[in-house]
Design a protein around this ligand. Structure first.
Ligand SMILES: [Mg+2]
Length: 213
């Protein structure tokens, strides 16, 4: 099967870098739970931050700027690799699946491939890396015939429902309470669970092929 894997929150986790950046540049302490776009807003809405180019930012604009300074710089190399990610990807590739990392990191403009560098430095098994400039991954996934997409953003997976692509919502502290109301979106709790679920899907598809034959 052709499997799409999101980068941020699924392969690598940047909470530590966001906390560090906020401390150094905004002088505030972010709690780990306050590091997603939505959960950072209560604090960022109260701040006016003057960026190096003189523009004054507040709220979501601070989040977007922070991400450009993290996703678009060598700070990405300080991200934490998710447990068992490497092992699971290696097993999936040995079973004949193809792995394409599909990330929206390109929307931060300044990202010149630090995600790709992270994969290389950490020897993460994968066939391809695709960096898109927008949040919408659906057209790309459909165009290339992806079978499965693993993402930690329910908003990015919801549009895939009904397309035939099976979505795995990779659980993070920020999406743990999100209710899934679509039958083809499956919550996975970590990489061991992800591996099990994909092997189960591949097994069922193999059986179906045998029956047809
Ligand atoms: Mg993500």
């Amino acid at each position: 099967m052709l499997i799409g894997v999101d980068f941020d929150g699924v392969i690598a986790e940047g909470t530590n870098q966001k906390i560090l950046w906020a401390k150094e540049n905004l002088g505030i302490n972010l709690d780990p739970m306050e590091t997603s776009k939505d959960t950072s807003l209560p604090k960022f809405n109260k701040i006016r931050y003057t960026a190096p180019d003189g523009s004054v930012l507040t709220g979501e604009a601070i989040y977007v700027y922070m991400m450009s300074q993290i996703a678009g710089t060598s700070r990405t190399l300080g991200y934490q690799l998710l447990p068992y990610c490497k092992e699971a990807l290696s097993i999936l590739m040995s079973e004949g699946h193809r792995i394409c990392v599909v990330t929206s990191r390109g929307k931060y403009g300044t990202d010149s491939g630090w995600g790709r560098k992270f994969l290389r430095v950490n020897n993460i098994p994968h066939d391809n890396y695709h960096r898109m400039k927008q949040d919408d991954k659906k057209d790309f996934l459909l165009k290339y015939g992806f079978d499965v997409m693993i993402d930690d953003s329910y908003n990015k997976l919801a549009p895939l429902s009904g397309t035939g692509i099976i979505s795995l919502l990779f659980t993070t502290p920020w999406n743990a309470s999100v209710k899934i109301d679509k039958p083809d979106i499956i919550r996975v709790k970590d990489w061991k669970d992800t591996l099990n679920v994909i092997e189960g899907i591949a097994g069922k598809r193999g059986e179906m092929k045998k029956k047809v034959a």
